[in-house]
Design a protein around this ligand. Sequence first.
Ligand code: NAP
Length: 239
Amino acid sequence: MKTAIVFGGSKGIGAQIAREFANCGYFVVINYNSSKLAAEKLAAELKNSIAIKADVKNYKEVKALADEVIKLKGQIDVAVVSSGISRKNLIIDTTEDEIKDVIDTNLIGTINAIKAVSENMLSNHKGKIITIASMWGEVGASMESIYSASKGGVIAFTKAMAKELGYNGINVNCISPGLIDTDMNKDLSKEDIDSLIENTPSSRIGVPQDIAKAAIFLASDDASFINGQVISINGGFII
Ligand code: NAP
């Protein structure tokens, strides 16, 4: 049985990715930071799953999680980094704490997670790593400049990791979602969502399953020649 770690697996997109991996027969490690109850409930619901706390901002915690998984299951086959936060503000009103929080969670957190799992994958000469960026990391968003910068960094880091780890049998790819119906967007008004739908050729917003299905494909043998790519899943909002 293959083992998949989903960083940020307690909620939203990550939780659906955890469900899909469990349905496909993986042992799933659900990483959480603050949503302990949700993560433990999901682990109980899925067969062959555990929830482990680690703040992705803290390398020591993430490394301890990876070491615990290796001790328990022998190896890490797949790592998906879905942990992330968003903040909306004009740059002139953005505080230093907000900047640090977003960059540390989204970019440094992704770097920490990949650094922590890559040693085991390198010694096994195999592994699949999937990062989650955002369409705003591709084109930039007004009022979400720090978020855009963090996700642009995730895209560049994914490509660099594919170049560095690819020769050792490891695939590193990025999924770049458009608007997906999760708690991250709970503050958007109906007018905002309607306007986004109007500008989306597929005429809807996304659901976590749209992303989870792509993650399963990228982790499969069928995707073994896909490396260092950004798969944009946004219904055509950005082409
Ligand atoms: P969500 O429902 O708010 O879930 C965010 C997840 O990130 C939670 O599981 C949360 O865990 C985890 N997380 C946050 N800070 C963490 C930390 N310091 N350490 C470990 N885990 C942490 O949001 P979502 O929509 O599923 O977002 C998932 C990813 O997709 C994010 O990277 C987001 O930027 C990206 N994305 C989302 C959209 C969208 O429209 N929803 C679009 C593009 C990209 P805890 O609650 O346990 O802390």
